[in-house]
Design a binder for this molecule. Structure first.
Ligand code: DO4
Ligand code: MG
Length: 290
């Protein structure tokens, strides 16, 4: 089952079940369910959805799909694939050892990625910081956790990253990672039961510039060096998430060091069982910030 958050042309926000070209809104006791948390917090989300799913669907063309988030925080894990470890060691000569050690340590790298207002949904712009010259998208399977830190579903995440800022000094990581429009999420949340076996799940990234593909790659989730339950356990150590939390699980795809994103590039990230997250890249000139 795939859940979306959407808005119709009357500005009504609702949560619905996505099937092919139709979305079936959830209507509980005569009102639209407009928060994903209301579903994700249920002890049995599937029963709740079956009970309140409308019988008539709305054509996808008549609504706008929003980022699948309410008030949740967004966190991310890093250096969970060999490719991320080697790319980071290359970009950060002075601190290469940090990345090697974190790849091997029991304690993973976990960092705060975004509050909801910094998140872009499908078809919304994602940004390159104006003070950075070397940028990449990071396509990441994203865990959807409720306030009890139960894994309820999966979505696609894009952990936009400024490689020159992080490479200059790892203490600049929050600036390389957190800014307006720094994180893509969507297009839907696939509930755990509907996800294909994790060992058969693939993540693909395509970057298109002026109509031509300039980068594409695919990685299997079986290449990830960490387990979901381990990451969730570390994330929940001595901290609570009253609204639930999203956890991006790290990238296994990093373009060669000669590649940087540019304004107007189109980024498509596909993950088996979820779909494709499509975004255009924007960058605002320095003058706009002075
Ligand atoms: O260590 C920096 C960030 C790593 C990261 O975001 C990733 O591996 O995906
Ligand atoms: Mg990342």
């Amino acid at each position: 089952m795939k859940l979306v958050k959407a808005i119709d042309n009357q500005r009504q926000v609702f949560v619905g079940v996505w099937e092919d070209e139709l979305v079936f809104p959830l209507q509980a006791q005569g009102r639209y369910v407009d928060s994903l948390s209301e579903v994700l917090e249920q002890s049995d989300p599937v029963t709740f959805i079956k009970k309140w799913r409308s019988t008539s669907g709305i054509d996808l063309g008549l609504i706008t799909i929003l980022a699948p988030i309410d008030q949740q925080e967004v966190w991310a894990a890093g250096v969970t694939y060999k490719r991320s470890q080697s790319a980071r060691m290359e970009e950060s000569e002075s601190a290469a050892d940090c990345y090697d050690r974190v790849y091997r340590s029991p304690r993973p790298e976990l960092f705060f990625k975004a509050s909801p207002h910094r998140v872009s949904g499908p078809n919304e712009p994602l940004r390159i910081r104006y003070d950075s010259q070397w940028n990449v998208p990071e396509p990441e399977l994203t865990l959807v956790l409720n306030s009890r830190l139960e894994l309820v579903g999966f979505t696609i995440g894009n952990d936009m990253s400024s490689r020159d800022i992080e490479g200059d000094n790892p203490l600049y990581l929050p600036q390389a990672k957190v800014y307006d429009q720094c994180c893509g999420l969507g297009p839907c949340i696939t509930l755990v039961d509907a996800m294909p076996p994790i060992a058969a799940t693939e993540i693909s990234l395509t970057i298109t510039r002026a109509g031509k593909s300039v980068f594409s790659d695919t990685i299997g989730l079986d290449q990830m060096a960490r387990r979901f339950d381990d990451l969730i356990g570390w994330l929940g150590r001595d901290q609570s998430f009253p609204n639930g939390v999203f956890l991006l699980t790290g990238t296994g795809i990093v373009p060669d060091s000669s590649f940087t994103l540019a304004a107007d590039d189109i980024v498509d990230i596909s993950i088996s069982g979820i779909g494709t997250l499509h975004n255009r890249i924007v960058r605002f000139p320095m003058e706009d910030h002075e």
